[in-house]
Design a protein around this ligand. Structure first.
Ligand code: MG
Length: 286
């Protein structure tokens, strides 16, 4: 697979810094740098053209795609974490970036939080949270299970994103012109879900895979994941129990174990409506 990007000279330098540990030798006067990252070969030409080749070309080029979106330097974005994890809360973060944060964002190697390892999220997230204006909402499991009875997941998300933007707006007094939401439902549905809300923040751009296109969304996604990891640690410590992430077999096993240790606490740590609950507890009874 081959992917292309066109970057400015400054962005080329930033990309080179980010790929510092993956640079390889080359012998070509028109080339600025060559790097191998995952299975992707990245050739950056002095002209600004960057070619990504290999199986991971799509994924790796997306990591740098935000450098291409030069007019999004002053912007706000939101993203959520935890909706696919059986254990743990749902976190939504909205944050804003300005041109003065751009160096920091480049230096940290901000990218889609899904492709950054947890250890790195803990470092980058701690820094971003210190420097960027942000609003974080934590929907704990007990409350989640309560609201889930009368709201579908997208409705819950819509209300949280809306509130996160309103909080951020309150904090900053005014939000940047470009405000992007990582789209989880079409625009029409998003606003339909909010029809009962007293105040609606509506000056939004909806974008899918926004975390790889808009640095503000990438930052929001990292901060949300950072808070999610912290909350997970708190849960592990509180129950002296290792909660697996995701919703796979390890989770099913953990449900059985946890339920034996704490028969009244599952709704405080889990998203009960997931199929895992009935599956694990039913199998355990047999
Ligand atoms: Mg998202």
């Amino acid at each position: 697979m081959i992917k292309n990007l066109r970057l400015t000279q400054r962005q080329l330098i930033e990309a080179k810094i980010q790929l510092n540990d993956h640079l390889v030798e080359f012998n070509n006067d028109t080339v600025f740098f060559v790097a191998i990252y995952l299975t992707c070969r990245i050739t950056a030409y002095k002209s600004g053209k960057v070619i990504f080749q290999g199986n991971d070309a799509e994924q790796v080029s997306q990591r740098f795609a935000y450098l291409d979106a030069t007019d999004s330097l002053e912007s706000a974005g939101s993203d959520e974490v935890g909706t696919g994890d059986y254990f743990g809360p749902v976190i939504v973060c909205a944050c804003a970036i300005a041109p003065e944060h751009h160096d920091l964002i480049s230096r940290l190697g901000v990218a889609d939080s899904k492709i950054i390892a947890d250890e790195k999220i803990l470092v980058i997230g701690a820094t971003l949270i210190k420097h960027l204006p942000h609003s974080i909402l934590i929907l704990g499991n007990r409350k989640y299970n309560e609201v889930r009875i009368n709201n579908n997941l997208n409705q819950i998300k819509a209300k949280l994103h809306n509130r996160a933007f309103l909080n951020l707006q309150h904090k900053m007094r005014t939000l940047p012109k470009l405000v992007v939401i990582d789209q989880f439902t079409p625009e029409k549905n998003y606003f339909a879900y909010l029809s009962q809300e007293p105040v609606i923040f509506s000056d939004l751009i909806f974008a899918t895979k926004a975390e790889s296109k808009y640095p503000a969304v990438a930052c929001a996604s990292i901060i949300a994941r950072f808070v999610f990891l912290q909350e997970f640690e708190k849960m592990n410590a509180k129950y002296n129990f290792y909660f697996p992430k995701g919703a796979g077999i390890a989770v099913d096993k953990a449900i059985i174990e946890f339920n034996q240790l704490y028969p009244h606490d599952l709704e405080n740590v889990a998203k009960i409506h997931f199929k895992n609950t009935t599956k694990a507890l039913k199998e355990n009874r047999q």
